[in-house]
Design a protein around this ligand. Structure first.
Ligand code: NAG
Ligand code: NAG
Length: 208
């Protein structure tokens, strides 16, 4: 089941805090025509199962920022910049309508340069990032579709229960104090219930 999302608040400890544009964690996409499932292109979706709060430091809430943060918690950009598969889109109810993922990050197995090549081969954790920055709800929150994949011989399908496993692994790595490239992060979080549908309806690959 996918009933649980996790909200992360990531604050780089060494950087000055900026006052966010809107003082909210995130806006519920469903309240303005959006969805907590992304669109994989086949009518089904992956759950947006981790949200990085809009109250996080603005240093985290950008493409550049999430890449550095991702490296601090064990992920990196895709193998040699080569992207596998089509981008997925999401409607975050922010007035932008459906927008393609900003970036996709993969577990780097301890090597931010080449480790994601290994992930592409042997599978592992990965996530897609969508930014809630449309004109109607510019909260700045990042919505992540996190999942644990099988290896390439399985066609990169999501492992059984891969959404929950992926979410829990990412959260376990993110909470507390982490750092990359001279930026130290302190991350706290909490579970949120009621955002995602319970069960498999509309969920890609159908596992629960
Ligand atoms: C997403 O990207 C694909 C491939 O680049 C493109 O065909 C599609 O129109 C884009 N979708 C959106 C919603 O921007
Ligand atoms: C979130 O929920 C999971 C699963 O119920 C639990 O294991 C975890 O401890 C919870 N985390 C927090 C920070 O409450």
């Amino acid at each position: 089941m996918h009933s649980l999302s996790f909200l992360l608040l990531a604050l780089p400890a060494t950087l000055a805090l900026h006052v966010p544009r809107q003082a909210v964690d995130f806006f519920d996409p469903r309240q303005n025509g959006g969805s907590m499932l992304d669109d994989t292109g086949n009518g089904l979706g992956e759950p947006l199962n981790v949200i990085i709060s809009g109250l996080s430091s603005s240093e985290v809430l950008s493409e550049e920022g999430i890449v550095n943060y991702a490296k601090a918690i064990g992920f990196s950009e895709e193998c040699l910049g080569i992207h596998l598969g089509d981008p997925q889109s999401a409607n975050l109810g922010d007035g932008n309508g459906p927008v393609n993922q900003t970036i996709e990050l993969r577990q780097d197995y301890g090597d931010p340069d080449l480790g994601t090549c290994l992930e592409s081969l042997i599978g592992g954790n990965h996530f897609r990032v969508f930014i809630q920055n449309g004109p109607q709800q510019p909260t700045g929150a990042l919505f992540l579709a996190v999942s644990q994949e099988e290896d390439v011989t399985q066609g990169h399908t999501i492992t059984p229960d891969g959404y929950n496993i992926g979410r829990d692994l990412l959260v376990a790595n993110a909470l507390g104090d982490t750092s990359f490239n001279g930026v130290n992060y302190h991350t706290v979080g909490r579970n949120i219930t009621g955002l995602l549908p319970v069960g498999t309806q509309g969920v890609n690959h159908g596992e629960c």
